[in-house]
Design a binder for this molecule. Structure first.
Ligand SMILES: *Cc1c(COP(=O)(O)O)cnc(C)c1O
Length: 387
């Protein structure tokens, strides 16, 4: 990657279509061998230039609201008459948007009995299948990551078992749960057991079950065969269609963010020197701060591992715009390039222009290794969001 990046302008994202295809092959095996359907969760990755590739392998897309739904409707098409599915879930739907949503989706998931009641007739009239998101109140995530845990106490996401028992279920055709983030198969199996315990009676009444995302299916060591067996068992026990909707697993390790060092300044006190780069954690890698996590840099190590250590900081006014502390075999210089890995998911969909910082360009790396610049941003993009 380092040498391939010599001629490019930074900052930029580089998405590798072949790495994406490798993930898609794993996901396609899941649907082929289980009989379930795999949808792209667009909130993680929405580089629609690659939707034709994604549609060769996946069964459709899921959306978090009107705009993602439109993007899937406009840009994702299957070849050869294969059917694609378009699901949507939002915590609440806006009255001004529901009619359009119902013309461009085929499965709509509601977050409350009230929302279901409000829109069920419209949805039925539009031929859109109605589902309810349930909350199994079964956390499989670390308490420190409650921001990603829809089962954390006080969650607004999903109808609890006692509420579901009280609601008018007539017209509900599907159930949906989404409770995980970057997790292995065992957590899904345990979660499905909890769903079966709490909602088992309803599983017999529905046509489809959507098990959400958060499964790290394309990560090393994921028990793909276990997932296939579980989906087959659900289909045969309940006679339902089964969907999963991974986001991260689709684009895992399929992209990079390349940045250049602009300056190196002394840290205050005894801190490491800071290398200021032309990218920003706050603007271009917001999950580094929000999750938080420390991204890997090619040829970089932890402090102490290599001879020259730096704090890598972004080019905004935010004191906390820090990517992390790293060490390198050679000193960094103005112009040195840093390549952050695993930057395809939850990156381009979350970037912002705080401080008027430009967004990274987007390059596509094809199977021949060539880089093609597919998107460049500028002042007009910044100005167009304000008036
Ligand atoms: C975030 C989300 C997904 C995708 O999650 P990943 O962790 O990216 O796999 C799927 N469904 C719903 C409802 C979500 O909120």
């Amino acid at each position: 990657m380092n040498t391939a990046c010599s001629g490019i302008e930074t900052p930029c994202f580089i998405v590798d279509a072949e790495y994406l295809r490798r993930n898609l092959e794993v996901l396609r095996r899941v649907s082929d061998e289980s009989g379930g359907r795999v949808l792209l969760a667009q909130k993680a990755f929405a580089l629609y230039r690659l939707y034709p590739l994604i549609a060769e392998y996946l069964d459709g897309a899921t959306s978090s609201g009107l705009f993602e739904a439109r993007l899937a409707f406009d840009e994702m098409r299957a070849e050869g008459g294969r059917r694609l599915y378009r699901h949507i879930f939002a915590p609440a739907y806006q009255e001004g948007q529901i009619d359009e949503i119902l013309t461009i989706t085929d499965h709509i998931v509601f977050n409350s009995a009230e929302q279901f009641k409000k829109y069920k007739d419209k949805a039925a009239a539009a031929g859109v299948s109605r589902g309810i998101r349930v909350n199994p109140e079964f956390s499989t995530q670390d308490k420190a990551r409650a921001i990603y845990d829809p089962c954390a106490p006080g969650s607004r996401l999903g109808v609890k078992a006692r509420e579901l028992a009280d609601m008018d279920f007539d017209g509900v055709e599907g159930l949906h749960f989404h409770t995980m983030c970057e997790q292995g198969f065992d957590d899904l199996a345990a979660t499905f057991d909890a769903v079966e315990r709490k909602f088992g009676g309803f599983l017999k009444k529905i046509k489809w079950l959507n098990m959400g995302g958060g499964q790290h299916i394309t990560a090393d060591g994921y028990d793909v065969d276990g997932l296939i067996r579980l989906i087959k068992r659900i289909i045969s026990s309940y006679g339902v269609e089964v969907y999963i909707e991974p986001g991260e697993a689709v684009a895992l390790n399929a992209g990079f963010l390349a940045a250049s060092v602009l300056d190196i300044v002394e840290g205050s006190g005894s801190a490491l020197p800071s290398a200021i780069i032309d990218a920003s954690a706050a603007c271009h890698m917001p999950d580094v701060i929000e999750a938080p996590y420390r991204p890997h840099i090619i040829s970089g190590g932890a402090v102490g591992q290599k001879k020259y250590a730096y704090r890598i900081g972004g080019n905004t006014c935010l004191a906390g715009d820090i990517v992390g502390d790293y060490s390198f075999d050679a000193p960094l210089e103005v112009g040195s390039k840093l390549i952050f890995t695993d930057m395809a998911h939850y990156s381009m969909v979350k970037t912002n222009m705080f401080n008027g910082i430009n967004l990274p360009s987007i390059y596509l790396r094809g199977s021949d290794g060539r880089l093609e610049l597919i998107k460049k941003f500028g002042y007009g993009d910044y100005k167009s969001r304000l008036c």
